[in-house]
Write a new protein. Sequence first.
Length: 452
Amino acid sequence: MDIAIVGAGEVGFHLAGILSREEHRVSVIDADPLKARRILESLDVQVVVGDATKADVLNRAGVSRCDLVVVVTDDDKANLLTSVLAKALGAGRIILRLHDLERLEDYRYFYKQAIGFDVVLSTEEFAAEEIVNTVREHHALEVESFAGGRIQLRRYRVAEHSRLLENTLAELDLPAGILIGGVSQGEAFVIPTGDHRLRPGCQIYVIGKNHALDAFERMNGAPALARRSVVLMGAGGISRAIVRRLKDVEGLSLRVIERDPVRARAFAAEFPGQVMVLDGDATDLDLLAEERVGEANIFIATSGGDEQNMVACLLVKSMGTERAVALVNKPSYRQIYDLLGIDQAISPRILCANRILRFVRAGTVGSVAVLAEGRAEVLELEVRLPSKRQGGAKIKSLGLPKGTVIGALVHESEVSVPSGESVVVDGDHVIVFTLPDNVERILAVFGAEHES
């Protein structure tokens, strides 16, 4: 597939890396020579330095013959103009990223027809959705849904005194209907086998039905929660999106700390009686102590400054807050947050890039989750077996590459965690954990067409 990516920031860099590894023909456009050089020195892609709002620059990148153009710069107005030009030049599908979707409110169909984009995405909305999922699921650090919501993938940190540390994975008495599909510790990531032993502090990716995952949380030492308290740092767009989704959740109290008095008053006026808004600095120890933030279940730092988010999370963790979540604008900081003991670092840009991958693979892969900064992937595939296997095939006979495990099998309306003896037939859906280098072979095994 011929793909042009406009914008060499974190979203563009992340996308270009994954798509070039999958042997798509990728070109990247950016007006910043330093960002362009980073791409050129790191990835096997074509790089065009120039202003993508100019037709000649788009032509140099071959946009007119591209199957897909992904427009992901940080300038909403430039993204809109670039999409118009790309469509006029003859590009196929166009994916447009905007920070502010409010400009499309009530006129989305009109904008789609006038501009010609196929999909519009918002980093703020993705970040809010990710945070809300983790709040709703109590103890999970990350949540992804598959098979129409019937299967979830949740990421957990293994507690110091967890029962999961007692034996190898094969010997653990895990709840029926769940599978540990990935284990991350520091920079290492593995698809575990039965003889793998977990270590305190490692992060595990667990797939299964919701009720089975709830039972697994208790096995990992998670206490049962009644009323919960959530404190947000910052009254910006992401906090607004989070509050809109959580304000009606039973048993949840919401507080927002905002240092700008004008923004604080505006936020309080928008959600009267639904959220307590505090005018102050979330890195002020006196304020945190006075408001007993250390007793909160979850603290969420949503400011635009990574360092400020980091400091605030460290302070509230030291005061006893159960879980601290921070937005990360520089994805490379995510490992630093992990080393500091901050429970979850969410990069809106990486979330956006992962969602774009789902559209790139549309028609072949139902959905995709990219785990551990790209060190593993989860694919949802429809099974299309060759004619000689039309009666079905056992999973162990499929010839799956090493570093691959099937986390769930969906047969008609039934969802199960399969074994090697389980049989897959045409029309089934499988959810597969794998390493990135295996993606092409897995698509071939299950008969999924993949453009190159």
